[in-house]
Write a protein of this length. Structure first.
Length: 321
């Protein structure tokens, strides 16, 4: 995915102020509801089928948008190669892992684990890509975030083998996101292709990656509740199609710090819909742990992304390896 810096004047900012705020809340709601829709979809399909159906519907939506906006798909083979890697890290693998995880844990807990995404990105940048140097602020953020992980899963309560598998799958999905966002910044941020083209290519690759597994190992229930089918449609059309367009719109028009913080809103909606529509319970430690995770991520990311260097002060960075 590409990020854009808004260059509009004050007048144009005023005309888009209400619009991007509305899209910001809507995007957080769509991504938060995704965990509810996954849970409903699992009533009709296996995890790999849910993930594949989500990508098929998302790809169709993005292709239709590309046709109506007359946006050509990427032309270079190298771009398609990068999109293949990105789709594995941001689509096919994490979508399947979250779907599998929700067969063992609640949608509420899965949504709260997703709050670890910003911190996972920081960890990948620091320990794997080694593109940033440590600082007391980053270390403090990591410590707070990891304490939040311990609190959100309530390790003192203990859990069974199936719950461990579900939690592990969701955290593995979040780690995939961490690698994916880092990969996108490094390889796709300077490409000339339009966001719709990149998003469509990415989701098309994800569909191609999962379709063989869905055909070979998937299982679709004979009786498919209407609620499950509607949820799968919403998951693909809204969560994997329209959400990409909303995200790019927000990045274009909102301040950079706001555009990058939509992940902080997603767990709120995940908790609300999980409790309200699925009847799931919420223990005190889950929201407390999520707040700690998000606070740690915010503290660490302030060093990595948000702070502008002072005049005459040069930020030292490691060269990419």
């Amino acid at each position: 995915m590409k990020e854009f810096v808004a260059t509009s004047n004050v007048g144009s900012r005023r005309t888009t102020l209400v619009a991007w705020q509305a899209w910001f809340v809507l995007l957080g709601a769509i991504w938060g509801c995704s965990f509810w829709w996954i849970k409903l979809g699992l009533q009709a399909m296996s995890p790999v089928d849910v993930a594949c159906a989500r990508l098929v519907a998302g790809a169709a939506t993005l292709l239709i948008i590309a046709v109506f906006t007359r946006t050509p798909l990427p032309q270079k083979l190298t771009t398609w190669g990068h999109l293949f890697v990105l789709s594995a890290l941001l689509n096919s693998a994490p979508f399947t892992l979250f779907s599998y995880g929700e067969t063992h844990i609640s949608a509420v807990l899965a949504g709260l684990i997703n709050a670890f995404t910003p911190l996972a990105t920081v960890i990948v940048v620091l320990f794997v890509l080694r593109q940033e140097q440590f600082s007391p602020q980053i270390i403090g953020g990591l410590v707070i975030g990891l304490i939040g992980v311990v609190v959100v899963i309530g390790v003192w309560n203990g859990f069974g083998e199936n719950q461990v598998l579900g939690i592990g799958a969701c955290f593995a999905a979040v780690i995939c996101y961490g690698f994916g966002f880092s990969y996108a910044r490094r390889h796709l941020s300077t490409l000339p292709d339009k966001p719709v083209a990149l998003a469509a290519g990415q989701v098309l690759w994800g569909t191609a990656q999962l379709l063989p597994f869905a055909l070979a190992f998937g299982h679709v229930q004979t009786h498919r509740p209407l609620s499950s089918l509607l949820a799968l449609g919403a998951l693909g059309i809204l969560g994997t199609g329209v959400a990409y367009i909303l995200n790019f719109h927000i990045v274009r028009h909102a301040p950079a710090t706001i555009a990058s913080s939509v992940t902080y809103l997603t767990p709120v909606f995940a908790v609300v819909v999980g409790v309200a529509f699925l009847g799931e319970s919420l223990s005190w430690n889950e929201p407390v742990g999520a707040v700690l995770i998000l606070a740690g991520a915010a503290l660490a990311q302030n060093r990595l992304h948000w702070r502008s260097p002072r005049p005459g002060h040069q930020v030292r960075r490691r060269k990419p390896t």
